[in-house]
Design a binder for this molecule. Sequence first.
Ligand SMILES: Cc1cc2nc3c(=O)[nH]c(=O)nc-3n(C[C@H](O)[C@H](O)[C@H](O)COP(=O)(O)OP(=O)(O)OC[C@H]3O[C@@H](n4cnc5c(N)ncnc54)[C@H](O)[C@@H]3O)c2cc1C
Length: 501
Amino acid sequence: MGTLLRLFSTPPVATTCQIISSPTLSFHFPRAANDNNTPSRTSTHRRIHQSCKYGNFLDLKPESQSDELLDFDLSLFNPSDRSRFDVIIIGAGPAGIRLAEQVSCHGIKVCCVDPSPLSMWPNNYGVWVDEFVSLGLEDCLDKTWSMTGVCIDDHRTKYLDRPYGRVSRKKLKTKLMESCVSNGVKFHKAKVWKVNHDEFESSIICDDGNEIKASLIVDASGFRSTFIEYDKSRNHGYQIAHGILAEVESHPFDLDKMILMDWRDSHLGNEPYLRSNNSKTPTFLYAMPFDSNLVFLEETSLVSRPVLSYTEVKKRMVARLRHMGIRVKRVIEEEKCLIPMGGPLPRIPQSVMAIGGNSGIVHPSTGYMVARTMSLAPILAGAIVDCLGSTRMIRGRPLHHRVWNELWPLERRCIREFYSFGMETLLKLDLNGTRRFFDAFFDLSPYYWQGFLSSRLSLSELGMLSLSLFGHASSSSKLDIVTKCPVPLVKMMGHLALETL
Ligand SMILES: Cc1cc2nc3c(=O)[nH]c(=O)nc-3n(C[C@H](O)[C@H](O)[C@H](O)COP(=O)(O)OP(=O)(O)OC[C@H]3O[C@@H](n4cnc5c(N)ncnc54)[C@H](O)[C@@H]3O)c2cc1C
């Protein structure tokens, strides 16, 4: 990352007035609550590194490397204790800890293995507030915005009446870990190297040489997992983004609105090469304003295949911030986001169970996953408890069959095909097509667009959504749908037919 940060020449300077005078954005900013991992501005004022080149924030070194640890007494696995576990969970990310919490509260013996279980999660997670409210996790949001904005182009901005929130990684992890600790979950600080299976028992081999046995292994080690098998080629798309939590001199965002997507491209007016690429494979700005000087900014490619170059994403972001007159004084955190989306599900069933990034539950059209993981983990936990907690003692193949089908019952698989169809359609749209698509999408009844984004719609509701979307679409957007969707549509129908056979 360090070398990449220095790759850019200074883009041409643009004026700030276009954005500041935009009727779509206004300027009254109350102070927002600070995240616990955000240094207070008075205490860190000494450490400010001023950016010499106007707007080229890439010269600034991020200050926080997410090395903060949670302050907890974990109950650690004792290698000399030969007792067996019911479930081993590989990974202490949001998926692993949520599942550990949910399974252990039923008295199931769980061991969670991660090289650093007390580390703070590195990513900046955003969710719709209603999703966390329905899960009883609203106390784990550290900032909420009453509205979200979608800038379609220079002339049209849609304000969505659906509150959005930033997850407090610290609060969510602390809440889940506290339950794990009180439910007796053991933690082992190690990396899992290998998983072995006997007929009714499995084991893991860790990089410290320890072997731990359990009836079920659940892999929650994220997108880069090597323990989950696929029987189809993995033709997924990718979401790639560059994000910074930054102290800025000022910014043009209204503090009660987060910007979900800003598709404007006027910042590329003096950048013909970047502009023509952006017209083919567009990126948008995602912005969470915390106060008048603190903002999370992320230049995002919603989905691309092959993946858009990270360097290109960062160049576009430099040009955008400069054009918006956003001068970055400090980069407090930096994140590179790379999310595989869509593609086939893992082979169902298989001996290792999966949850989280490696299990196919990331939304194929948006890349969101946190709220969904929080809501699916209790369902998976229910199936595990039914098998391992019952006197029936279901083990081996019947156990694997049961848990995989609980996570991916037929209807959910079919619905995922529909979302993957959404992704394949987005992959075919250029900037103007994408703008027309979201213009029509956010004109749908909130029941549909909110349900789509939160994976809440049934298959028949998704069918209704498609008809309604077609009805709302402009004539050029209808043409896009008719000319660009048939191939993905036929593929989806083929996959649906295979699923239901
Ligand atoms: C930068 C970024 C931003 C994102 N933002 C959002 C967002 O705003 N909203 C949203 O809904 N989703 C978002 N996502 C998508 C998704 O929610 C996250 O990727 C999420 O962190 C996935 O959770 P997870 O628990 O599956 O995996 P991870 O968070 O990746 O956690 C995996 C854990 O497993 C451990 N591990 C890995 N290998 C091993 C091993 N061999 N042995 C033991 N432990 C191992 C790792 O150390 C890690 O602790 C984002 C993703 C990224 C990359």
